[in-house]
Write a protein that binds this ligand. Structure first.
Ligand SMILES: C[S@@+](CC[C@H](N)C(=O)[O-])C[C@H]1O[C@@H](n2cnc3c(N)ncnc32)[C@H](O)[C@@H]1O
Length: 371
């Protein structure tokens, strides 16, 4: 079914919201305040999904997308919108999720920080391979789109991508670079490789596919923001949950009396040992309580997309910290966790969106909680 609708706000997930015959409609390929012709792709009881076919009245923030693959390629959703508009939509989405999901309507959501260039920022990218050439999925599809370029890659990876050797039998490739060190790795399928990256004056070893922030300028900004939230002092014990290779333990924790770091991935745990002067707790954070000290003064937690959940928040607050920095990559789970912290007696002082992934709907958020 083809309809004409006027979009309102941008929704979590990167689609514009419209109303049609009293029902909420999420429109892929549309931006806020546009009049679009849309095809309904999925009709549900409470809301429906549609895809923009034609833009009758475009947003003033529309621009020509620089990448020839924009549209079919599912890697970027917002490339045809100006970066300032993207940043503001991200701020609004965080505020909406806090209001509607977390029931926290009065929280200060600061203007989005854009830490680096809007293109050429990804120090890591995972691609499928089609006939040896890199490909990404079409949005919400299993179909692969073969790519001749990817404008999100940092310069050394852009060149590696273009010159990628053909491995006819390989299914996927991970490209990794240390922006400051100039080191690169091309990892086909399950191949191994190590690079080093510098953030906040500290050198990090990053092994294989272990997690490391994919935007180096963004990582630098996260360290600055978490330091600002926690204001660590020499008498403080810091708990770093979901510690990865030690980005926060080795930087924010440097000024603390002690750092307790929890991480479940064995490869990241080995990096963490090498990168920060500590013995990590290798465990799932939510169930790590028996292996942790009785109390801690400060916490930084940076969980995967699903967030901390009830058990994760209980683990954080069990040590009675005075301040918690929650680093989140999903605004809905951030809002859910913020509500759990509020119920546990903490106040969300402010939320700071960071645009780690321009051209996409992905949002990084730093939340500052105190007792
Ligand atoms: C978003 S990353 C953050 C890493 C680190 N804070 C950084 O900025 O580089 C999340 C990390 O949590 C780890 N992880 C995932 N689930 C976990 C769990 N249940 N308990 C502990 N660590 C977990 C992952 O291996 C990953 O290293």
């Amino acid at each position: 079914m083809t309809i004409e609708v006027t979009t309102a706000a941008m929704a979590h997930g990167g689609k514009a919201v419209a109303r049609h015959e009293g029902q909420v409609l999420f429109v892929t390929g549309a931006y806020p305040h546009e009049v679009v012709q849309a095809e309904v792709t999925e009709a549900k009881k409470r809301h429906s999904f549609a895809r923009a076919l034609a833009i009758f009245e475009p947003s003033p923030h529309r621009r020509a997308a620089p990448c020839p693959h924009f549209g079919p390629c599912g890697g970027c959703q917002w490339q045809s919108a100006e970066p300032g508009a993207q940043a503001e939509w991200k701020r609004e989405i965080v505020a909406d999720q806090l209001r509607f999901v977390g029931k926290l309507g009065n929280v200060e959501v600061r203007p989005t920080i854009s830490p680096g260039p809007e293109f050429g920022y990804r120090n890591r990218m995972d691609f499928a391979l089609v006939g040896g050439r890199p490909a990404l999925h079409r949005e919400e599809s299993q179909e692969l789109v073969e790519l001749s370029v990817c404008l999100l890659l940092v310069a050394p990876l852009f060149q590696l991508f273009v010159d990628l050797p053909i491995r006819p039998l390989a299914d996927r490739v991970t490209l990794r670079a240390g922006v400051a060190t100039g080191e690169t790795a091309v990892l086909f399928d399950d191949e191994h490789g190590v690079i080093h990256e510098e953030v906040a004056g500290h050198t990090f070893r990053v092994t294989d596919r272990a997690f490391f922030q994919a935007n180096t300028a963004g990582a630098e900004e996260l360290v600055r923001l978490v330091t600002e939230v926690l204001a660590p002092g020499p008498n403080d014990r810091l708990l770093d949950g979901y510690a990865g290779g030690g980005l926060f333990a080795a930087t924010v924790g440097a000024g603390c009396r002690e750092v307790v770091a929890v991480e479940s991935d064995p490869v990241a745990v080995a990096d963490l040992k090498a990168n920060a002067d500590l013995v990590p707790v290798r465990a799932k954070f939510e169930s790590s309580r028996p292996r942790l000290p009785r109390s801690w003064d400060l916490v930084v937690v940076d969980p995967p997309r699903a967030g901390l959940g009830r058990e994760g928040v209980e683990t954080v607050v069990a040590g009675h910290p005075r301040t918690v920095a929650l680093v989140a990559c999903d605004p809905a789970s951030f809002a859910r966790d913020a509500a759990l912290f509020t119920n546990a007696g903490y106040r969300l002082e402010y939320a700071q969106p960071v645009d780690m992934f321009p051209q996409t709907f992905h949002i990084e958020i730093v939340g500052a909680f105190s007792r």
